[in-house]
Design a protein. Structure first.
Length: 443
């Protein structure tokens, strides 16, 4: 996956009713609006780079032609309700350089949508590149810097509080184009991104590779939905030490891997700073249906020396096993044995093996407290694995998630919220924070 970005010839772009004719001429600056018959908004084709302060508004469509970079010192503002289309033939991709900022601030009623240029009904994973953000927060790679997948820029540094902007009420769908086998972009890649960056109410849907991946850094995220990714849903490596609260995963068994894939570093399992994120209130729904295929094997694969905190979780529907810790690697198990890695207040059910023996050892000893296996807490497996309309809410406040398992309160640090339930979404009839701004089209 760390190979060069290939460039493709320009072709026509179509997004539902949207079509951009190939005769449109653009420069490296923002192109002027193009009026195409049958389209309800002017079209702006964007190429090259953003070097100053630029604003994209919801009265236009924006087409990413090739790799578009927001350079160091530049700010890209995106208005609520704006639609950005990645052109497939040119590998349309939006990349935020170190020192650049994206201010994508949508609302529940008007989310910002990054999507495919293909007609509705023919869209698929990997139609375009995706969203890549590079920051100056620490990573554990040699020299303190890394080169982004697909030539998407250098990332890393020494500023834990680095600020790359805001993603709020943002959807990224049908992204992660494949350049060659095992070489795809993600839905959103956070590469050395700092905790000054805000990510809240964000969905990554139908990505060819991982939905959301953190390459080191300290970036936090809250209210995130990862749906139908072809690889892992939550992925981290290279020393990520961020915080996550309210994370909902649903998979599709035609092509999926782990709900969580957790690494410190594949090159040096004990590299510092060590990956050690904190995840509270997580719902992981695999796809138990074998009619589409045998994918979606594990709720979590924890390995390569990572530390972790995972609390207040629900996990169901994966075909093989729930949580699994790499027992053959003392760099990984050592983080549990020394008390750094923590797990607790969770339920795993509806899987061939609800918890791997590598986890049950710590559950049975009390090291991982208040975890139950094989008991349905009121989240329907078919409901939260429904591809077109997943329901992450437990059925009522009388369920296990509603109080019979008390949540472990997260740190009172200004980021986390106090909770009265486990899982990503409060039990019905409380409000469902995923409703209204998410979308789950299959094509």
């Amino acid at each position: 996956m760390r190979q060069s970005l290939k460039r493709f010839a320009t072709c026509a772009a179509v997004a539902g009713v949207l079509a951009v004719v190939p005769a449109v001429k653009v420069s490296s600056e923002q192109a002027p609006p193009v009026n195409v018959p049958g389209i309800d908004k002017p079209v702006i084709v964007v190429t090259g780079q953003v070097t100053g302060s630029e604003t994209w508004v919801n009265t236009n469509y924006y087409v990413l032609r090739g790799a578009v970079f927001v350079r160091d010192g530049a700010t890209l503002n995106i208005q609520a309700g704006t639609r950005i289309i990645g052109e497939s033939g040119s590998v349309g991709t939006l990349i935020i350089d170190r020192g650049g900022r994206i201010m994508a601030i949508g609302t529940a009623a008007q989310p910002i949508v990054f999507t495919s240029d293909q007609p509705i009904g023919t869209r698929n994973r990997g139609d375009w590149g995706g969203l890549i953000i590079n920051g100056r927060a620490p990573v554990n790679l040699e020299g303190g810097e890394g080169a982004g997948e697909g030539d998407t820029g250098v990332y890393g540094g020494n500023n834990e509080n680095d600020n790359s902007g805001v993603l709020r009420y943002v959807r990224v769908e049908f992204s992660g184009i494949e350049f060659s086998p095992d070489n795809e972009l993600n839905g959103i890649a956070f590469q050395g991104v700092g905790r000054g960056t805000e990510t809240d109410f964000v969905q990554a849907h139908m990505s060819r590779d991982d939905a959301l991946e953190w390459f080191g850094g300290t970036a936090d995220a809250k209210h995130i939905v990862m749906s139908n990714a072809a690889d892992d849903s939550i992925d981290w490596t290279f020393g990520w030490r961020g915080r996550v609260q309210f994370a909902a995963v649903t998979q599709r068994g035609d092509d999926a891997d782990n709900g969580i894939e957790a690494d410190n570093s594949e090159f040096n399992n004990n590299a510092l700073p060590r990956s050690n994120p904190q995840l509270y209130n997580v719902t992981l729904c695999g796809d138990p249906d074998r009619n589409e295929g045998g994918e979606s094997p594990r709720a979590a694969n924890i390995r390569r020396g990572t530390a972790f905190t995972i609390r207040n979780f629900l996990a169901t529907g994966f075909k093989t096993v729930g949580f699994q810790i790499e027992t053959t690697n003392t760099a990984t198990t050592g983080q549990v044995d020394n008390g750094t890695s923590q797990m607790g207040a969770g339920v795993a059910w509806g899987m061939a093996t609800n918890m791997h023996s590598s986890v049950m050892t710590y559950v049975n000893s009390g090291r991982f407290p208040n975890i139950r296996v094989g008991v349905d807490p009121g989240v329907s497996t078919t409901g939260c694995s429904n591809h077109e309309n997943p329901n992450f809410q437990p059925s009522s406040a009388a369920t296990l998630a509603g109080g019979q398992i008390a949540p472990i309160q997260p740190p009172n640090d200004g980021f986390f919220e106090a909770v009265t339930y486990i899982g990503a979404v409060a039990p019905a009839p409380a409000a469902d924070w995923t409703a209204g701004w998410t979308s789950y089209p299959q094509r």
